[in-house]
Design a protein around this ligand. Structure first.
Ligand SMILES: [Fe+2]
Ligand SMILES: [Fe+2]
Length: 332
C-alpha cells in the first residue's frame, strides 16, 4: 500500500500486504466486548461454579488478565518501534484488541466473584522480560510467539473442557484475535533473524530458553489449579509444542534454512520431562530416573511430550474409528 515500487522485491511486497491485511481483518472482525459478555451472561446466567473450581479458574484467568494488560503495553511499544507502516498498522490493531481482552477478562472475573490477585513470580518474569527488552526481535519473539502461544494454548484446553459456559463461549473471540497477533511475528521474525550475526542468534536463543523456562515454571506453580478444573499440565505442554511446530513450519515456508530442531528446543523438551514426568500409575518416577529421561529426550533418544501426546491422540482416533466401524476393522 505504501511502497510497492518496482524495486521492492516480490517477497517483501507480499509480506507487506499480509501485514497490512492483519489490520484490515482485525477491523472486519472487531467485537464489542461489553455487548458480547452481557449477551453471554443473559444467555447462561452469571458464571457459577463450586468454590474449589471457582478459585482455580480465577487463579488461572487472573494471570491471563494481567497478561492481557502486558500485551496491551507491549503491542503499544511495538506500534511505536516498528518503522515500516504495514507492521505498524498490524501492531496498532493489536493494541485495540488487547485493551478489549483486558477489560472483558476483568469484567468476567468480577462476574465470577473474584478480585484478581497479583501475578506470580514466574509469569511476571515472562511478561517483564518482554516488556523491558529494547531489542525488537526479542520483543516480537516474546510477545507474538511466546506469550500469544501460551494464551492460545490455555484458551484451547479450557474451552475444550467446557469448564464454565460463559467462558467457553467467550474464549473463541479471544482465540481468533490472538491467532491474528501471532501472524505479525510470523511475518516479521524470520527476516530479522536472517539478518543477525551468529553471536546475536545465540543471544536470542538464550533469551528464548529463559522465557520458555520461566513459562514452564509458571505452569508448574499453576499445576494444582489446573488439576482442580481437570486439566493435565502435560496436555497443555503438548498443545503448546504443537502450536510451536506449526509456527516453525510456517517459518520454513518463508525461510527454508530455519532450523528444524534447534538446541534451545531440545533443552526445553528435557526440562518439561523433568518438571512434568509421565507417571507410572499414580507413582512419580524418582529424581534420578527423571533426570535420565530428560537427558534422553534432550538427545532425542526417546520421545518427549509432543511425540507421546501425538501418539495417544492418533490411537484415540483409531479407537473412535474402530468403534464407528469406519476404518474397515470390525467394531468391538
Ligand atoms: Fe490478548
Ligand atoms: Fe494477543
Amino acid at each position: 500500500m505504501f511502497d510497492l515500487t518496482a524495486n521492492v522485491a516480490d517477497r517483501e511486497a507480499r509480506r507487506a500486504r499480509r501485514l497490512e491485511s492483519i489490520y484490515h481483518v482485525g477491523q472486519d472482525r472487531i467485537w464489542d466486548g461489553r455487548a458480547v459478555l452481557a449477551d453471554l451472561i443473559a444467555q447462561h446466567g452469571a458464571p457459577k461454579l463450586p468454590e474449589r473450581e471457582r478459585r482455580a479458574l480465577s487463579r488461572i484467568f487472573s494471570i491471563i488478565m494481567w497478561g492481557e494488560l502486558a500485551a496491551w503495553k507491549i503491542s503499544a511499544q511495538l506500534t511505536d518501534q516498528l518503522v515500516p507502516l504495514e507492521p505498524k498498522l498490524a501492531a496498532a490493531s493489536q493494541v485495540h484488541d488487547e485493551a478489549r481482552h483486558f477489560y472483558v477478562m476483568h469484567d468476567y472475573l468480577t462476574a465470577l466473584g473474584h478480585k484478581p490477585p497479583p501475578m506470580d513470580f514466574w509469569s511476571r518474569r515472562v511478561v517483564e522480560m518482554t516488556l523491558h527488552t529494547k531489542d525488537l526481535t526479542k520483543k516480537l519473539l516474546g510477545m507474538q510467539l511466546t506469550i500469544e502461544t501460551i494464551a492460545l494454548t490455555i484458551f484451547q484446553r479450557v474451552r475444550e473442557l467446557e469448564v464454565e459456559p460463559v467462558l467457553t463461549e467467550l474464549l473463541p473471540f479471544y482465540e481468533r484475535d490472538e491467532a491474528r497477533h501471532v501472524g505479525l511475528g510470523i511475518q516479521m521474525l524470520p527476516q530479522l533473524v536472517a539478518e543477525m550475526s551468529y553471536a546475536e542468534r545465540i543471544d536470542l536463543a538464550v533469551f528464548h530458553l529463559d522465557l520458555y523456562g520461566s513459562a514452564v515454571m509458571s505452569l508448574k506453580s499453576l499445576e494444582p489449579a489446573l488439576e482442580s478444573i481437570g486439566v493435565d499440565p502435560r496436555s497443555i505442554l503438548a498443545i503448546g509444542f504443537r502450536k510451536q511446530s506449526d509456527i516453525d513450519t510456517m517459518f520454513r515456508e518463508e525461510f527454508p534454512s530455519w532450523p528444524l530442531d534447534p538446541p534451545e528446543k531440545r533443552v526445553f523438551a528435557g526440562l518439561c520431562e523433568l518438571l512434568f514426568p509421565v507417571k507410572e500409575g499414580e507413582v512419580t518416577p524418582s529424581r534420578r530416573a527423571r533426570l535420565g529421561i530428560a537427558l534422553d529426550v534432550m538427545r532425542r533418544k526417546r520421545p518427549g511430550v509432543l511425540e507421546i501426546e501425538a501418539e495417544k491422540r492418533a490411537s484415540r482416533r483409531t479407537d473412535n474409528l474402530n468403534r464407528a466401524g469406519i476404518n474397515g476393522s470390525p467394531a468391538e
